[in-house]
Design a protein around this ligand. Sequence first.
Ligand SMILES: [Zn+2]
Ligand SMILES: [Zn+2]
Length: 130
Amino acid sequence: MTRHAQCSCGQLSLAVEGEPVRRSMCHCLECQRRTGSVFAVQARFPRDAVTITGKSTTYSRTGDSGGTATFHFCPVCSSIVYWGADAADGAMYIPVGAFADPNFPAPTVSVYGERAHPWVTIPADVEKLE
Ligand SMILES: [Zn+2]
Ligand SMILES: [Zn+2]
């Protein structure tokens, strides 16, 4: 199966083969800032499953754990379309919203739940990790 993800304007796009290795939701404050939403949902794929078309600008950030994540965003419309992280070499993370597909499989894990907005309900079948 091939899925397609892209930025708002379509300049930067991805063709992604196969199923995601991991699907997670994150309530951390950095994800809140990064997305402008109150939690983030992302899918992890092997880097070699993804074909990139278009230009990206990067921003690297070092997290609490000491790992650095490099975010790739469209220089025209600013949407983040993918990122890689030191801690998971060979992995690419893609925001699920970039697929614009309501049938994309749901997340299976939730992290940083202690930062979740109190009105956000985490589905009962989603595993809550510390
Ligand atoms: Zn764009
Ligand atoms: Zn986060």
